[in-house]
Design a protein around this ligand. Sequence first.
Ligand code: MEV
Length: 339
Amino acid sequence: MGTDEVAITASAPAKCILFGEHAVVYGEPAVAVALEQRLSVRLTPAKMWSVDGSSLNPRRHPHIHHLVHEIWDADSEPAPLSIHVSGDIPRASGLGSSAALSVAMGAALHASKHLTNPSDSIEEFCRMAHHAEAKAQSGRASPMDTSTSALGGIVVLSDRKEQGCDWKFTSELETPEGKRTWEIHTLKPTENEIYLVLGNTGVHAPTSHQVALVAAALEANPTRINEIHAIGSIARRGLLALQDENYEAVGHAMSENHLILRNLGVSSNELEQLISAALPTSLGAKLTGAGGGGCMVALTRNPKATSEAIELAGGRTLISRLGNQGLSIDSNNGTPFWG
Ligand code: MEV
C-alpha cells in the first residue's frame, strides 16, 4: 500500500473575535466567529518526523511538539510522520492561525492513533489545543480561538451558562493569576446579508507579547481590571444584540469595545488607520485578536465598499460571513494508520 493511501487530512477554520479579546483571558465573556479561511494538515507515515520538509523542532514548532507529547505518553513512542501544513489563513495576524493549526493537528494525530470519529472527541481536541496555546503564551490563554476553530459557527465564552446559547462544555486552565473557568457555547449563525471585512495591517505582533503587555499593565495598576470588566459588559451587550439580530447595536458594541482596547494599549497606528477608513461604510469596527498589528474587523452590509475603503488605506482584505464550518477530518480511508 502506498503512503498516499494512508494519509490523514484534517482542516480547521480561522476565527475572528467580535467582542472580548484580552478580557476573556481573565474570565470575561467573549464572542468569536469561524471564518471561511482554513488551515489543513496532512499526515503520512515517514522514516523521520518532519514539518513541510524540515525536521520537527520544538522551538520552531512548539504547538506540534506539545501535541505529539500530549497524545503519546512516555511509554508509547509514536512512529514518525511527515506533516504538511497548507491553507489561506494569514499567520500572526490575529485570525487564529496557531489555534487552527493546534486543532487540526490534534485531531489528525488523534485520528492516526485512535482511528475515531472527531465528533466523539471534540471537547478533548479543544482541551489539547488550548493547552498547546497556553504553553506558547506563558500560561495565559483563553480557549476562545481553539474552541471557535474546533466548533465553528459562532462561539460564546462566559463565566456562566448563557441563556439562548447552546452550552457545549466547561474549560479550565491554571494560569499565573490563578485557576480560570470558561463555559463554552455556540450560537446559530445568521442567515442575514451581513458580512465581516477583515483588514490586515501586514504587521506581525505575537499574541504572547500582547497578552504579556496587558498582564504587565494590570500588575502596574490593579485598578485597570475595571477596563477588563468594562470589556466584559460590552461583550454581554453585544451578545444580546447578536441574539436579537440587531446588527446596528452589534456594530456599535464592536466600536465601543475597540475604544477600551485602544486605551489598554493594544492597538497601533496602522490598525487605527484601517478602522477609521472602514467606519463610514460599516456598522462598527475594531481590532480583532491580540492587536499591536494583525487585523481589524468591520461589520458591514456593503462588503465591497468597506473592503475598497480599507484597501485604499493600505490594508489587505478578506470578506467572510459570520460563522463557518469548524474542524473536519477531510480524508481518512479507514484503514489502520499504523498497519
Ligand atoms: C487572541 O486571539 C485572543 C486573546 O484574547 C488571547 C487569548 O484569548 O488567549 C488576546
